[in-house]
Design a protein around this ligand. Structure first.
Ligand code: ZN
Ligand code: ZN
Length: 356
């Protein structure tokens, strides 16, 4: 599919959802929706960037004049407008919203611009932009699935190096191993590294531990959770994300080894449950029940997974409060974990895609 028809197709799906929700206008700024819909990724500047989508009009993209050279124009997808330093860009956007009573605003637009918009349009009803775009973006097309597979395969190769012992652990700091993993993610084709958590021994009991100066010792179980972004269709990046726990020589604590067998079973139960038509909440329960039944429920302190695409975390969330049924094209993580405070931590994470 050409980039123009790809973005055009996405806009058509978003407009259909706007009509379903009776949303008159969608205002997107910095954040992942903009590149997903237009191919243009705005810098998170204090200057306003805004894409305004109406159900029945052309989409309009407003950017600061100095950013305009970075925009690849896509006639038929959006028309480009630049504002100068002495203009009031929020007033321009408010003008484009004429007659719109129900306005959806991108989740990542600076509060500053929403506050200004509220002053221009206090009469309108507002809702989250993600209500409109999130469920559409969650269903990946074939090109996006290919991009996610390529990013995932690159992360798999780094995981294989880790598990084969090619990434030295003992005697190095967590931070050094994190840098090493990051370099390998790039060497395997990622455009950038999003995170590389390396948590040794007790540090892993904090699921998002910041890799630091802790020196990895023999017998430590080391939790590594890493991912990056790889350029995909239309020049838009897609993410990888995986977690493996590896032993740094010696022998890991017996309680950890015992729990890992249960974790492995919980992960398998989550993957097996993740079929088209199954609610996300049931996928969470399938993984969670295995851990709860074995007495680890209190130490599984997060949801089972999250959607993934142009963002590391996006819809659909695999959590007990989300009864959305899986459909073909949903891409998400299955990542149960066990974290006895101050003792150790384990998590096993893979990305799966629901297909017919
Ligand atoms: Zn992860
Ligand atoms: Zn994850």
């Amino acid at each position: 599919m050409s980039a123009a028809s790809m973005f055009g197709d996405r806009l058509a799906r978003v407009r259909a959802r706007m009509r379903d929700l009776d949303v008159d206008a969608l205002v997107l700024s910095v954040g992942p929706e903009l590149p997903w819909l237009t191919g243009y990724e705005a810098m998170p500047l204090e200057r306003l960037t805004a894409l305004v989508v109406r159900p029945d009009d052309d989409a309009q993209l407003l950017v600061p004049r100095l950013e305009a050279p970075r925009v690849v124009e896509r006639p038929g997808v959006f028309s480009l407008h630049a504002w100068d330093e002495t203009d009031d860009p929020t007033a321009t956007v408010a003008g484009w919203l004429h007659g719109a009573d129900h306005i959806a605003v991108g989740d990542r637009m600076w509060a500053r611009f929403l506050v200004e918009l509220l002053e221009h349009r206090p009469d309108a009803r507002y809702r989250r932009g993600n209500d409109v775009v999130g469920p559409v973006r969650a269903i990946k097309d074939d090109d996006e699935i290919a991009a996610l597979r390529a990013a995932g395969a690159a992360a798999d190769r780094v995981a294989a190096q880790l598990q084969a012992g090619d990434i030295p652990l003992v005697g190095r700091t967590e931070a050094a191993v994190s840098d090493d993993i990051g370099r390998r993610l790039v060497a395997e084709g990622h455009t950038k590294v999003n995170f590389a958590i390396v948590a040794a021994g007790p540090n892993a009991s904090s699921p998002h531990h910041e890799p630091g100066e802790t020196v990895i010792a023999p017998g430590d179980a080391v939790l590594c959770d890493f991912g990056g972004t790889m350029t995909g269709p239309g020049g838009v990046g897609y993410c990888s994300d995986m977690t493996r726990v590896v032993g740094a020589g010696g022998s890991a604590p017996a309680a950890l080894v015992e729990a890992y067998a249960v974790l492995h079973a919980a992960h398998g139960a989550g993957v097996a449950a993740a079929t088209v038509g199954t609610p996300c909440s049931a996928v969470d329960a399938a993984a969670r029940d295995v851990l709860v039944d074995a007495g680890y429920g209190d130490h599984f302190i997060h949801r089972t997974g999250h959607g993934i695409g142009v963002e590391e975390h996006e819809d659909p969330y695999i959590v007990s409060t989300n009864d959305t049924p899986l459909v073909a094209g949903h891409a998400f993580s299955i990542e149960p974990g066990v974290y006895p405070p101050g003792e150790w931590g384990i998590r096993l994470e893979d990305i799966v895609i629901a297909t017919e």
